[in-house]
Ligand binder design. Structure first.
Ligand SMILES: [Zn+2]
Length: 462
């Protein structure tokens, strides 16, 4: 683990100076902190020293370039998104490793999520297992659950996709989503005595709240073991899950039993549409923000986040709950997906939808002292903000922002007719609440595991 920089140090002050809008308030906080020895930076008078809740929000593929494009388009270059308002900011080094432990400078989402979920870097494609020996690694959600915390995971992807999977399953390859998808994970197959697919392992773990897409995978039939012949969804129902399929069902869900929300067959539909980037550029365009692909009953990421927070709060307070708090991960998944397709409107719309979920988390934290909120990403994506006169060799597009200025975006991390790749840049990690100062500085992406584990007082298991 990287050394933690003390919150009262010079690095924290340097970080504070970067925050134009909140700098004054923060400088006051710093002054107060340096006068009194005990309180932590960023903690108000009512905040306990240690959090009881952790909300970890992950923008998949959301590097600084993607955040800046969304900020420019919506609130303006000098404006602030919700995610810009967290007082503590650091930088997370995202590289993965190969099977021999050498750096692989560009991570995928499986290795990226495994890093903060388990505290270990792994090979691209692997989910919460070691790089060389392919052994399962305990995850934050498993540790939190074992210790009596309520737990949840919300995503716009399938619940079996790499980022949510890294908290709830251990498989050799991210493609092993359902019982029919086990070709790349022979050691994990039920037939060979393994724990089964991501969907099966997720249901078996029984987190309190699971909200996302992937009804197609949960509809696959289990091929071995005591549940053979049933679909994963039938098994979940038989084991007491409330299965909800839309907004109405989500609103009716009760906290007394686990909730499995499957709001789409595949991933959830994206929010915004527009003309994708193309070689030679596009005409200046405004994005379509009406979410035409969104069926009326599909909850937004913000709605799902609010519902999860309500359910987990009730769940954490139930009689007999040991810890009295919760751990929740929220993923905005399709920022990455839209960037792969050089679709700037789709990418910005998903970043904005994710930012609304961040806003919901911050509002919750303001009402519930003792909530650590962390916002980060797994890796950057290929879009770059370019000068208007640039003539990039790859695909490009021009948008007209809400403040009326042209925004030129280039995509050249893959051939023009191919997918655009991830990049190896560090990503922002921002936090508020008790222990927030631990994110300040430059850290490995695995450091977040140790921060959350220490914050919630989770014991390791081996
Ligand atoms: Zn990706």
């Amino acid at each position: 683990m990287t050394a933690v920089i003390p919150g009262t140090g010079r690095a924290a002050r340097r970080s504070a100076r970067r925050w134009g809008g909140v700098a004054a308030a923060l400088v006051t906080a710093l002054t107060v902190t340096s006068a009194a020895p005990a309180p932590r930076i960023g903690v108000t008078g009512t905040e306990p020293a240690r959090p009881r809740n952790v909300i970890l929000l992950v923008g998949d593929g959301m590097g600084d370039s993607e955040i800046t494009a969304a900020r420019n388009y919506t609130v303006g270059a000098g404006g602030r998104l919700a995610m810009d308002r967290l007082p503590m900011t650091g930088s997370s080094l995202t590289y993965a490793v190969d099977e021999r432990g050498r750096p692989d400078y560009v991570t995928d989402s499986a290795a990226g999520a495994t890093a903060w979920a388990t505290g270990h870097k792994t090979v691209n494609g692997r989910v919460a297992k070691t790089p060389g020996t392919d052994r399962p690694l305990p995850t934050l959600l498993e540790l939190a659950r074992r210790q009596g915390y309520a737990t949840g995971s919300v995503t716009t992807a399938r619940l079996t996709d790499a980022t949510p999977a890294a908290l709830t399953a251990h498989v050799t390859d991210r493609s092993c989503a359902g019982p029919a998808d086990m070709a790349a994970c022979p050691a994990d197959a039920k037939e060979r005595g393994g724990a089964g697919s991501i969907a099966e392992q997720t249901v078996a773990l029984r987190p309190d709240v699971l909200l996302g897409g992937g009804a197609d995978v949960f509809g696959q039939r289990i091929t071995a073991g005591p549940h053979r012949g049933r679909t994963v969804l039938e098994r979940a129902r038989a084991e007491g899950y409330q299965v909800v399929r839309d907004r109405t069902g989500l609103r009716a869900a009760r906290p007394d039993r686990p909730v499995l929300g499957l709001f789409a067959d595949g991933p959830l539909p994206v929010e915004w549409t527009g003309v994708p980037a193309r070689p030679g550029g596009t005409a200046p365009q405004r994005c379509g923000t009406g979410a035409p692909a969104h069926p009326a009953g599909t909850p937004s990421l913000e709605e799902s986040t609010r519902a999860a927070l309500e359910l987990l709060t009730a769940r954490a307070r139930r009689a007999g709950a040991a810890a009295g708090g919760f751990f929740l991960q929220v993923e905005g998944a399709a920022i990455d997906d839209r960037a792969h397709d050089a679709d700037p409107c789709g990418q910005i719309g998903e970043t904005v939808a994710f930012d609304r979920a961040v806003g919901a988390a911050l509002a919750y934290a303001a009402r519930h002292p003792g909530t650590l909120v962390v916002v980060t990403a797994d890796h950057g994506s290929g879009g770059q903000i370019l000068p208007l006169e640039a003539r990039p060799p790859g695909r490009s597009a021009t948008l007209v922002t809400d403040e009326g200025a042209p925004l030129h975006l280039g995509y050249a991390s893959g051939a023009p007719d191919d997918v655009q790749e991830h990049t190896g840049v560090p990503v922002r990690v921002a936090a508020r609440g008790p222990y927030a100062e631990r994110v300040v500085g430059v850290h490995e992406n695995t450091a977040l595991f140790h921060t959350v584990r220490t914050a919630l007082g989770l014991r390791s298991i081996h």
